[in-house]
Design a protein around this ligand. Structure first.
Ligand SMILES: [Zn+2]
Length: 147
């Protein structure tokens, strides 16, 4: 399983995340199918990726963990037709992009769905598909128009 400081392997298997000390609770929750982010107790700003000190204010406060509802919208995206390795080639074309969560933080992620259905501002919901490496992905919310 993932250990702190491990680096991604981009060859013939799914890449594994590099797990930092600050992000250990995040990855532990991902294994349980939950999505966490942090919030500063002083300025109330949402923080991601995980930090030990709020990067947005001068308070020097230790961010607190919160569970995300996993709902958001597509902020930007790109459909990949020429993947970097064999394991991704089998999945292409696929979509990666920035999702803006409703709690006002961003996650760079895979967005599942037909490439032709992707559009900025479309609503998405987090999912934790069965894979060799546990990762949150997002899926288009069916029947939902861009807001
Ligand atoms: Zn703050």
């Amino acid at each position: 399983m993932l250990e702190q400081g491990e680096f991604a392997d981009y060859t013939e298997s799914f890449p594994t995340p590099r797990v930092t000390q600050d992000a250990l609770p995040y990855w532990g929750a991902v294994k349980e199918g939950r999505l966490l982010f942090q919030r500063c107790p002083a300025c109330r700003g949402a923080i991601f990726p995980p930090r030990s000190i709020c990067p947005m204010c001068e308070a020097g406060a230790t961010p607190a963990w919160e569970e995300s509802k996993g709902a958001g919208s597509i902020y930007s995206y790109s459909v990949v037709h020429r993947p970097p390795s064999a394991v991704w080639r089998a999945r292409s074309p696929y979509t990666i992009g920035l999702v803006r969560l409703d709690e006002d933080w961003f996650l760079f992620t895979e967005i599942e769905g037909k490439p032709e259905d992707m559009a900025v501002d479309k609503r998405v919901q987090v999912a934790f598909p069965e894979r060799e490496v546990p990762l949150p992905v997002f899926r288009l919310v069916s029947g939902d128009a861009a807001r």
